[in-house]
Design a protein around this ligand. Structure first.
Ligand code: USQ
Length: 389
């Protein structure tokens, strides 16, 4: 199968490329190194060192005997994506090339506009590239569980039956995103649904939870690491908590810490995407997968990291509930469905506590790099100035 990965240089993109290569699929990829540049913009870096794309490609050739057709550029540039799709004629296009940080999108108008325009335009470009060049190709698009927000009722997988004033319909579940970034994913979902309606494109819209972890099967086997961010803009909750424990910094649940989200490991994220690739939608189908393994509150995760770190490293880890820089519910109901991927064969690869041990182990070899980023770990990007004491 020909798999085109947009955002192949990223945390998930690189790990997915290794999986698809190891399965014997032909992999091509596009990236403009936006994440590398924007992470530097906030004086941060991946705490797990990663090679340049040129080196990555030659390492894949040496270790796995395979080539990657790489195109450097921005997916928001229509010519770039049209030319690449015409050249590769992929069976599936995996779109991981959007600006992925909620805090980055909330820094100010420039970042909000850039996130909004680049994310929405990139998906629109892919829609047109598929419609005009490879109309049977599968668009596998990374959205986010954050599109749904935290409603006080169960969250279905995309659509639900609703009765209103005595009439029934099957409708998209309402979206209540919590940052400009999360709203771009809602706009993408709407655009994808419309593209499916008018042009019958085959689309999987993945509502993914927060991903954690340093490894996948292929990363362990080849040593070809993927990036790992821990700063307040680009790092996500559990990954940050592990890094904070290793560096002797306080573990920082924001506010009360009752914010509950779906989480899944990097290995499981890659397995789910791979299952979606192997089981494409029917011709003309738009489907939604809620992609996470289990839901936890950030306080639960902070406590787990503290306990595992203390028992394995014999040192104390401190939890400090810092003022919440975001506008979000800190205690709420949360019960999203996630059955479609399990029906297609998804099973969690490892217990959470074992995954946390592995992250701690990998980070312990990079303690000095974490310590060098001390200044950018504490939250300072605020949704609203008055929300910080
Ligand atoms: N949080 C803390 N302490 C921290 C960092 C975060 O309590 O040190 C809290 C946040 O306030 C939030 C929750 O943890 O309530 C999740 O925040 P996050 O930074 O781990 O993740 P988020 O901003 O939601 O975004 C991440 C990815 C994004 C993806 C999303 C999935 O960056 O690309 O779409 O997770 S989801 O959260 O399901 O929307």
């Amino acid at each position: 199968m020909k798999v085109m990965i947009l955002g192949i240089d990223g945390y998930i993109g690189w790990a997915l490329a290794l999986r698809e290569i190891s399965k014997g699929n032909e992999v091509s990829g596009i990236d403009n190194f936006f994440t590398r540049r924007r992470v530097r913009e906030v004086d941060s870096d991946s705490v797990i060192p990663i090679s340049t794309m040129q080196k990555r490609i030659s390492q894949v050739r040496e270790k796995m005997g395979k080539r990657i057709n790489f195109y450097r550029g921005d997916v928001a540039n229509p010519k770039l994506i049209m030319d690449a799709v015409r050249e590769e004629r992929p069976d599936v296009i995996v779109h991981l090339a959007e600006q992925r940080s909620a805090p980055y999108s909330m820094i100010g108008l420039r970042q909000a506009t850039q996130t909004m325009v680049k994310n929405v335009v990139s998906t629109l470009n892919i829609i047109y590239a598929v419609k005009d060049i490879v109309p049977k190709a599968h668009i596998l698009k990374l959205g986010t569980m954050g599109e749904y927000g935290t409603p006080n009722i169960d969250i279905p997988e995309g659509f639900f039956e609703i009765e209103y004033h005595g009439r029934r319909d099957y409708l998209p579940f309402p979206k209540q995103a919590g940052s400009w970034y999360h709203w771009t994913k809602v706009h993408d979902s709407n655009n994808l649904m419309f593209a499916n309606k008018v042009w019958k494109l085959a689309i999987t819209d993945v509502m993914q939870g927060v991903v954690y972890g340093t490894r996948t099967r292929e990363i362990s086997e080849t040593g070809l690491r993927t990036r790992f961010d821990i700063d307040e803009v680009w790092g996500t909750a559990l990954n940050r908590f592990c890094a904070q424990a290793i560096a002797g910094l306080p573990i920082t649940p924001y506010g009360k810490g009752g914010q509950t989200r779906g989480f899944l490991s990097l290995e499981d994220s890659i397995s789910c995407l791979d299952i979606a690739i192997d089981n494409p939608p029917n011709e003309g189908e738009y489907r939604v997968f809620n992609q996470f393994d289990e839901h936890y509150s950030v306080m639960q995760l902070a406590t787990m990291v503290k306990e595992i770190f203390e028992s394995e490293y014999g040192k104390e880890a401190r939890i400090v509930n810092v003022p919440n820089p975001r506008i979000e519910a800190e205690e709420h109901y949360y019960n999203p469905e996630h059955i479609k991927l399990a029906r297609l064969g998804y099973r969690r690869s490892r217990e959470l506590k074992d995954e946390i041990s592995l992250i701690l182990e990998d980070l312990s070899h990079n303690r000095a790099r974490i310590e060098s980023l001390k200044e950018v770990i504490s939250p300072r990007t605020v949704w609203q100035k008055s929300s910080v004491n």
